[in-house]
Design a protein around this ligand. Structure first.
Ligand code: NPW
Ligand code: K
Length: 592
């Protein structure tokens, strides 16, 4: 569910704490160590989820008469609950039991369960050897909830749909936080069949609702990974105990739908793996008695052309236009001479210099407050020599530095060469602002890993980048991750693990060429404005402003303060060149 940008901008919410599976297991263990019973917790979870399911269903029906829920027809709602063999499945069995008690028509589909224990239903209920999942199953079976093994279904036997499985509400209780690897064949088949049955129910009733218990099955809670794009496509995820990191990064947002929390356990001291951000810091108004020099000078070094190629002048244009859109006072672009005309046509406010004029560029590095280097910079040997020279000059002059794109390419090569500039940068970044902004491909190169390895655990990847190179990092992608360096940390700050932030704004329309150059520009533009407080010019602020600008372009119609501004474009066809206008608008909206 998309939240309109206006509410994202204006809501006064705290960042949401996000946890890994292991941490949620640890919370459960803490709770049980205090003497609380695990099956009671499962019953509590299932009971609350049942109430949510009933409410969501009737809300969706939008047919509440005099406070009493009713349906257009007399038939009770039908629910199809797909359960696996673990405790997520246990939740599913109990939901089946409670919904049946509420009068719903319940059908349980089991996957990976060999023998349904339908005899001596309550025989060993208190025995420690009986797992919670089996207890739950026995309760549901004893209450005559009807069930069917997926393995015996028409899907598996005859590769056909089974009409029995069609329902008004589908509950996914196949896997929860226990899923940690690629699905085995029967689960893969079950999840694909689940999505297929839902799709055909949509065409029949248009009301079918999919609710995932804890996390959509197929999605790994600790990483946001979905293997081979097979996962339950949920409308609503009822997230138990604590919000899972994987719901908000990588594949998570494509599968989870709306996420509702069911906390169950009141308090935990466990530090989250990340914090989800939806809201940018408000900006203070400018002093009237100020001039362009009050808001910094950005030097963009990029937009090169290797002989015979078309070149990458657009990267420098997009980055500089975006930096200016955040309110930077002055702009110089060091790009290939071939692009000076184009640059001045689109951005007459900028000054230009030839990227290869080493003496001139180094003089400008001295003048500038922020250097953003690498966007369309080129990867050849000449560019590498320039990169080293400009980096060293920027460090000698004590400037804030943003490194992106080809700059990151050179940094990775220099790490392989064991060049001293990498160590210098690491040391430099403990005292000066250095922001590095890779996507997964660039991060993979920096870490000498495959892209798949980075994608498998993005959280680990961003931490490794920061450990090796120092500085503040954003790992771009759906649910971009941000890890910021604390400058000159106290001993306490040094010992404390830094927070990773997840960007909770932005949209898939932003998956297009040049968007990274825009982010580098925003990052540099904010850094230049020393009238802003540290948080207001931080890397996470830049990522949020960038994402919010993308949202303004896509969801503009739902933003009240946009009434007189025509920025709406929509997701498909959104271009990086549309961003500067939206960035300006966001800067205005967040100024208090
Ligand atoms: N504890 C409590 O009291 C409460 C728990 N709660 C609920 O429990 C859920 C966690 O339950 P869970 O630990 O049993 O794991 P679950 O997600 O059901 O998976 C089952 C097993 O599948 C396996 N497996 C993994 N990957 C696989 C693969 N690719 N293909 C095939 N098999 C695979 C793996 O076992 P393995 O094979 O590794 O031994 C795993 O253990 C949690 O999300 C919440 O819903 C709530 O009720 C609150 C109270
Ligand atoms: K699930």
């Amino acid at each position: 569910m998309h939240i309109p940008p206006s509410s994202r901008l204006l809501q006064n919410t705290k960042p949401v704490a996000l946890y890994s599976s292991q941490q949620v297991y640890a919370m459960e263990q803490e709770w049980f160590a205090q003497g609380y019973d695990s099956f009671a917790l499962m019953q509590q979870a299932a009971w609350q989820m049942t109430q949510h399911i009933i409410n969501i269903y009737y809300q969706k029906q939008s047919c509440i008469a005099n406070g009493v829920a009713c349906r257009h027809d007399d038939r009770q709602p039908r629910v199809s609950i797909w359960v696996g063999s673990g405790n997520n499945g246990g939740d599913g069995w109990l939901i089946a039991h409670y919904l049946q008690q509420a009068g719903w028509q319940v059908q349980v589909i089991t996957v990976g369960i060999e023998n349904i224990e339908n005899s001596n239903a309550f025989a060993d209920m208190d025995s420690a050897v009986v797992s919670d999942a089996i207890k739950a199953q026995r309760m549901a079976v004893a209450a005559y909830c009807s069930y069917q093994r997926f393995e015996d279904s028409e899907f598996v036997l005859h590769n056909q749909e089974n009409r029995l499985m069609q329902a008004d509400v589908y509950v996914d209780a196949l896997f929860g936080i226990g899923l940690d690897r690629a699905l085995t064949s029967i689960y893969k088949q079950a999840i694909q069949s689940f999505n297929q049955v839902v799709k055909s129910s949509h065409t029949l009733s248009k009301h079918a609702l999919v609710i995932a218990v804890d996390i959509p099955s197929g999605l790994v809670a600790s990483t946001g990974q979905v293997f081979e794009q097979v996962a339950i496509q949920a409308d609503v995820t009822l997230c138990l105990i604590a919000r899972k990191f994987g719901l908000h990064t990588k594949d998570g947002m494509d599968y989870a739908g709306e996420v509702l929390d069911i906390p169950l356990i009141p308090y935990t001291k466990i530090k989250p793996v990340a914090l989800l951000l939806n809201r940018a810091h408000g900006l203070s108004v400018r002093r009237q008695n100020s001039y362009k020099g009050s808001y910094g000078h950005v030097l963009i070094i990029g937009g090169n052309r290797i002989d015979g190629s078309q070149g990458m002048g657009g990267a420098a244009i997009l980055a500089s236009a975006s930096a200016m859109a955040t309110g930077a006072g002055k702009m110089t672009v060091a790009c290939h001479q071939a692009f000076h005309g184009a640059l001045l046509t689109s951005l007459p406010d900028a000054m230009t210099i030839d990227l290869h004029d080493q003496k001139g560029v180094k003089h400008l590095i001295k003048e500038a407050s922020v250097i953003a280097i690498g966007m369309g910079f080129g990867r050849d040997e000449t560019a590498k020599v320039l990169f080293i020279d400009y980096m060293q000059a920027a460090m000698t002059e004590g400037k804030s530095i943003v490194i992106d794109a080809d700059g990151l390419y050179h940094l990775a090569s220099l790490q392989i060469d064991k060049h001293s500039v990498v160590g210098q940068l690491r040391e430099y970044s403990t005292k000066h602002k250095v922001c590095l902004t890779p996507h997964s491909g660039e991060a993979a190169r920096l870490l000498d890993k495959s892209v798949a390895e980075v994608e498998m655990d993005r959280l680990a990847a961003i931490k490794q980048c920061a450990d090796i190179y120092g500085g503040s990092w954003v790992l771009k992608g759906a649910g971009s991750l941000i890890l910021e360096q604390v400058l000159e940390p106290t001993l306490e700050q040094e010992l404390e693990e830094r927070h990773v932030y997840v960007c909770g704004v932005g949209n898939a329309g932003m998956a297009t060429a040049g968007m990274g150059d825009v982010l580098s520009g925003v990052t540099a533009g904010l850094l230049a404005q020393q009238d802003l407080a540290d948080d207001q010019r931080s890397l996470r602020q830049a990522v949020l402003i960038h994402g919010l600008a993308g949202d303004v372009l896509v969801h503009q119609q739902s933003c009240p303060s946009n009434k007189n501004v025509s920025l709406f474009i929509g997701e498909r066809g959104l271009q990086a060149q549309d961003m500067p206008a939206a960035i300006r608008h966001v800067m205005h909206l967040i100024t208090i």
